[in-house]
Design a protein around this ligand. Sequence first.
Ligand SMILES: O=P(O)(O)OC[C@H]1O[C@](O)(COP(=O)(O)O)[C@@H](O)[C@@H]1O
Ligand SMILES: [Mg+2]
Ligand SMILES: [Mg+2]
Length: 331
Amino acid sequence: MSVSFDGLGISADLADTMTRLTSVGAQLARMIARNGLDGNLAEAAGTNAGGDGQKALDVIADEAFMAALRGGAVRHYASEEQDEVVDFGTGTLALAIDPLDGSSNIDVNVSIGTIFSIFEAADDTEASFLRPANEQIAGGYIIFGPQTALVVTFGKGVQQWVLEPGSDIWRRVADPKPLPSETSEYAINASNYRHWPQPIRAFIDDLVAGAEGPRGRNFNMRWIASLVAETHRIISRGGVFLYPGDDREGYQRGRLRHVYECAPIAMLIEQLGGEATDGADPIMSATPDRLHARTPFVFGSASKVARVAAYHDLPQDEAHALFNTRGLFRS
Ligand SMILES: O=P(O)(O)OC[C@H]1O[C@](O)(COP(=O)(O)O)[C@@H](O)[C@@H]1O
Ligand SMILES: [Mg+2]
Ligand SMILES: [Mg+2]
């Protein structure tokens, strides 16, 4: 057996689905390690349902997961790369997937990943996914980086496996620890500053002001542009991630997709004692209105996520005031 989920109390259907996912994960890891030797995985390949340009690896990963899952316990397959839910006809589960996350990093040898969300299948294809994330029975990701790792929750804590390089063998390693509630690291694409709503600008202004600002201490920033890699860093050492809505065309609800990006990450983060919101309200209790719906996304250490929500509650004049007047937010 190349991976084992024994002792985790999950159903045979869920274990079979996870085995199929990890088998494709091992194949993709080998392929990614050979990028440039056998062809260019970052070559342009078309446009997906959301209007995003697809790279060769986006399409290869989607086809590989779909082929591996067909005939198993998954009945409804929803993918970033498919306009509509694919109905395999039989099975008890519904799986939503971002087959390849962080596509802009394929050709620069930076960590990329796969994100997945699993529900019990509903009667109708769309109904399987247009429901609150707190109905998920599993959520997780595979990260393809210096190590290939699987991080997943089945609703009782978070477990992690690492792929033995060059093989199909996944070894379980220590479970991730709960997130620290305080942190000094934040992640946001700061090039969008001028497009952000005022509460996000005010929050970031105060972090950037560091020891001289209202927070009275310094913060550090990271931006990898792979949601999976940012999540893995935050799970490893804490931090807060923000992809807010902004005033660019098509970005009013941010960039990230509720169903197959934010919902499973939110489940992992909450299992580790962190929080995940759209800036104000929890992701886990929101119901998306479309398969490819976007949502603003803020997640990570609980106190930081709560602080972002508090900035949304500031009176307009205080959100605009010079940072040194915001004594309320010292720490
Ligand atoms: O390029 P931007 O606007 O900083 O966006 C980066 C974000 O886009 C994403 O790459 C979107 O995911 P895909 O690569 O699956 O489209 C996230 O992984 C990442 O957080
Ligand atoms: Mg993605
Ligand atoms: Mg993707």
